[in-house]
Design a protein around this ligand. Structure first.
Ligand code: ATP
Length: 622
């Protein structure tokens, strides 16, 4: 048989006489102009360098450590040696029968030696690194004659990405046939064991990274963060979350969520999930499902936050976590400390009256009356007497002795003039006088009466258009808008829905004597996808009708009004938290820019094409 090899080195052998892998490797060896007689580069790494190499391939060496003795148990007494090599062909570790180890050392088959094809021509270790498949190289198949004394079996070791990171080799003396057929299997099995251990290390590292990432992200969050697995066990909660629950982190992690949230209605049935705060709770929660690649539920993650800021008085209670709402109310806080006239502008149903009441409550006038009057709801002929009062006998049907107007009634407090844009022009003139002189004259009277009131006006109309059309006085407009507060539409502060919904549901349930109800994730998703032309008032009405019609102890998409239910199909069930947030940010940007792509993209800090792509991907209706 060695004649084939002889003919090859003499340049006479044909490819059919030997296996293709060996023939290819022989050709490579020849092209490298290696000597086929002996290996000239016989350097062996000194101990320090070998050590360095082992450290560099720490994971591989660690994975191979228990496997080498395990394999050796199969081989003991068969005059073989088992070796672990790195991806450059260096032998890092070996174990074998002492008589053969001595022979192996003579051909430098020992740790520190390099068995790449470039150094030693065709051999199992080097050729496996090139061909990336398990193979055997027997006796004369080695390119260098000096190595014809060896029979070798080797298999590649791959990492989780499929890259070859090392080789496992078993070598013995050529000519010994006994047990040879088992060796290919032993090598394959050993390589697989090492690979599995390597993959496990990689997984553990990824897991550790993800865990640490969650922990660190949790620490950076101002809200509480909680993760619950599919069995309902809390796997992670940040310090803030534990604080909100009034417990230590250690008392929560590893415990059943249902036990921790004992006074809550909690359910995760693998499909739908909700957590409903009870009456006495001081926190709100928002959880989203986490699913695996096939969409099977794996658990939930979510945010716990303090219960919505509730005003002392029932009337002026407001909720809303969005930045926009927070700034409206903090602006109202500031205005409350002045005595200036305030003009509140915003679409109908956005909560302008709530802001006015809040402002009054925060002001030093809070112990005095808050008197509201809707200029659009009172006939033009009556507004003046309503506001300024009338004297005895001022008109037919007037009360005997006359009557004070709202300004007098509100003495020391606040007058709220809602829908000021609808105020008739003669009343506008009288109002301007009151604001300038700080006194009222009742209709039919001549005596001015001093009034100390703060005026808060609101409008859902564009007053500048009314001024242009000559329907509103410019001088009054300037008097009113000393301080302005703009209340944005709900579509620009969708985050508030997370607080408004539980707030309204709780309020409505309480008023109708029903048990507190939960709201499923899917309902939230549909509500977040709706454009809310009627703003918060529409949301409140929607919740009222849902609660009234609900058949379960929690609200599902089945309870949604038809025009909102239409959005359910637009919501992708498998949406990740990131996708939901992206979608929300895009929708808000589009709302702010009246659906114009270029300004919306600028606002979001992304290119127009990216925005178009995201709109398409996330199924956003612009
Ligand atoms: N931030 C909020 N928190 C809780 N409830 C709110 C909030 N904003 C508005 N609401 C509720 O929404 C409904 C509409 O609010 P409000 O009457 O103040 O709106 P508006 O802007 O004055 O409307 P309009 O222009 O039609 O008079 C009310 O029932 C109010 O209680």
């Amino acid at each position: 048989m060695s004649r084939v090899w002889q003919r090859f080195v003499a340049g006479e052998a044909s490819p059919q006489e030997v296996s293709p892998v060996i023939y290819r490797s022989w050709q490579r060896s020849k092209q490298r102009e290696l000597s086929h007689k002996r290996v000239y580069n016989d350097e062996i790494l000194p101990a320090a360098l070998l050590n360095e190499r082992c450290l560099e391939h720490e994971d591989l060496v660690r994975a191979g450590k228990p496997v080498l003795p395990y394999l050796y148990r199969f081989l003991e007494g068969s005059n073989n040696i088992v070796m672990l090599c790195d991806d450059q062909g260096y032998i890092l570790d070996s174990l074998g029968d002492p008589p053969f180890i001595n022979k192996a050392q003579q051909v430098h088959l020992s740790p520190g030696a390099n068995w790449s094809e470039a150094v030693r021509g065709t051999n199992a270790i080097g050729t496996v690194l090139v061909e990336k498949v398990p193979l055997q190289v027997l006796g004369w198949e080695h390119y260098v004659e000096q190595n014809h004394v060896l029979n070798c079996w080797a298999a590649p070791i791959c990492n989780a990405d499929g890259d070859v990171v090392g080789v496992l080799d078993v070598s013995g003396e050529a000519g010994i046939e006994r047990g040879m057929e088992r060796l290919a299997e032993v090598v394959l099995m050993g390589a697989k064991l090492i690979e599995q251990s390597l993959h496990l290390t990689e997984l553990q590292r990824d897991f550790h990274f993800a865990r640490q990432g969650i922990e660190k992200a949790g620490e950076m969050m101002r809200d509480g963060f909680i993760a619950i697995d599919s069995r309902g066990i809390i796997t992670e909660i940040n310090r803030e979350g534990a604080k909100l629950l009034g417990r230590k982190r250690e008392e929560l992690v590893g415990h059943l969520a249902a036990d921790v949230f004992d006074n809550r209605r909690w359910s995760f049935n693998g499909k739908s999930l909700y957590m409903q705060s009870s009456e006495s709770d001081n926190l709100t929660s928002r959880l989203v499902k986490v699913t695996d690649e096939q969409g099977a539920p794996m658990g939930a993650i979510g945010v716990l936050s303090p219960a919505p800021r509730e005003e002392r008085s029932q009337e002026t209670m407001w909720v809303g976590r969005s930045q926009a709402t927070q700034s409206v109310f903090s602006r109202a806080d500031k205005a409350a400390q002045t005595s200036s006239t305030v003009l509140i502008q915003g679409e109908s149903g956005t909560g302008k009256e709530i802001v006015a009441r809040y402002l009054h409550q925060q002001s030093p006038r809070h112990n005095k009356p808050f008197v509201a009057i809707n200029c659009a709801a009172i006939p033009a002929t009556l507004i003046e007497s309503e506001l300024f009062g009338y004297a005895d006998g001022a008109f037919t049907g007037a009360k005997k002795g006359g009557a004070p107007g709202k300004f007098e009634v509100a003495q020391g407090g606040t007058v709220f003039l809602d829908e000021i844009g609808d105020m008739p022009s003669n009343v506008q003139a009288s109002l301007l006088r009151v604001l300038q002189e700080r006194e009222v004259v009742r209709i039919g009277d001549s005596r001015p009466r001093p009034v100390d009131v703060r005026v808060v006006a609101a409008t859902n109309r564009d007053l500048s258009t009314r001024i242009e059309q000559g329907d509103f006085r410019l001088d009054l407009y300037y008097r009113l808008k000393v301080v302005t507060i703009d209340v944005p539409p709900l579509s620009r502060r969708l985050d508030d829905i997370y607080d408004l919904v539980p707030y309204f549901v709780k309020k409505i349930c309480r008023a109708s004597g029903r048990e507190p109800m939960g709201v499923t994730d899917e309902v939230y998703e549909a509500l977040l996808n709706y454009h809310w032309p009627g703003n918060i008032r529409e949301l409140e009405n929607c919740m009222e009708s849902m609660v009234a019609m609900a058949e379960h102890s929690y609200l599902t998409t089945d309870d949604l009004p038809a025009e909102i239910a239409k959005n359910v199909s637009a919501v992708s069930c498998g949406e990740t938290l990131l996708e939901q947030q992206t979608k929300k940010a895009i929708m808000q940007a589009l709302a702010e820019t009246n659906g114009k792509i270029a300004p919306a993209a600028r606002l979001l800090g992304i290119g127009r094409t990216t925005l178009y792509r995201k709109i398409e991907e996330l199924g956003i209706k612009s």
